[in-house]
Design a binder for this molecule. Structure first.
Ligand code: FES
Ligand code: FES
Length: 175
């Protein structure tokens, strides 16, 4: 029998994660997923659990600037890294604009999908500034919504893309 062990072979691990700009040090079960760590150990209930299989996107957060499924990443894998959730106390102008646009366009009903939608939309606005409506629809298709029918969500994201193209987020422009 191979006696070699790794940290993930242990029942618990002491991890240090920068969450929304604050360092959180906790002893966690090695099998604990990032979204459970955020909800249970950090008290951040915005990221939701839906499918727990990487399908619905309700658990979407950013890890070192990349969007990930919080249900597919272990908390221990986030140790030493930066996590950003929808609750960040200092939302970027784009995230704030998306939040406002979701309200303005009635792009949420029960709100269960909304935190994940916002993080996915933020990634789109930052990475695909020239996206058209069809590309927005395809990008957001990785996040499921059971209430809105998606049209209002796409409207909201397109509105922020338009604001961005009009220079709203340029240096010196009012956010
Ligand atoms: S709960 Fe993670 S993708 Fe559905
Ligand atoms: S607003 Fe209810 S699931 Fe999207």
């Amino acid at each position: 029998m191979n006696s070699a062990t790794t940290p993930l072979d242990q029942p618990t691990a002491r991890i240090s994660v920068e969450v929304n700009g604050h360092t959180v040090v906790r002893e966690v079960e090695c099998r604990k997923h990032l979204v459970d760590f955020l909800r249970e150990d950090c008290g951040l209930k915005g990221s939701h659990l839906g499918c727990e299989h990487g399908v619905c996107g309700a658990c979407t957060v950013r890890l070192d600037g990349q969007i990930v499924r919080g249900c597919l990443v272990l908390a221990a894998q986030a140790s030493g890294r930066q996590v950003e959730t929808v609750e960040t106390a200092t939302p970027s102008p784009r995230l704030k604009a998306l939040q406002d646009a979701f309200v303005e366009h009635n792009a949420l009903q029960c709100g269960y999908c909304t935190p994940g939608m916002l993080m996915a939309a933020l990634d789109l606005v930052e990475r695909r500034p020239d996206a058209d409506r069809e590309q927005v629809r395809v990008w957001m298709s990785g996040n499921y919504c059971r209430c809105t029918g998606y049209h209002a969500i796409v409207d909201a994201v397109c509105a922020v893309l338009e604001q961005q193209r009009a220079g709203r987020f340029s240096a010196g422009a009012e956010a």
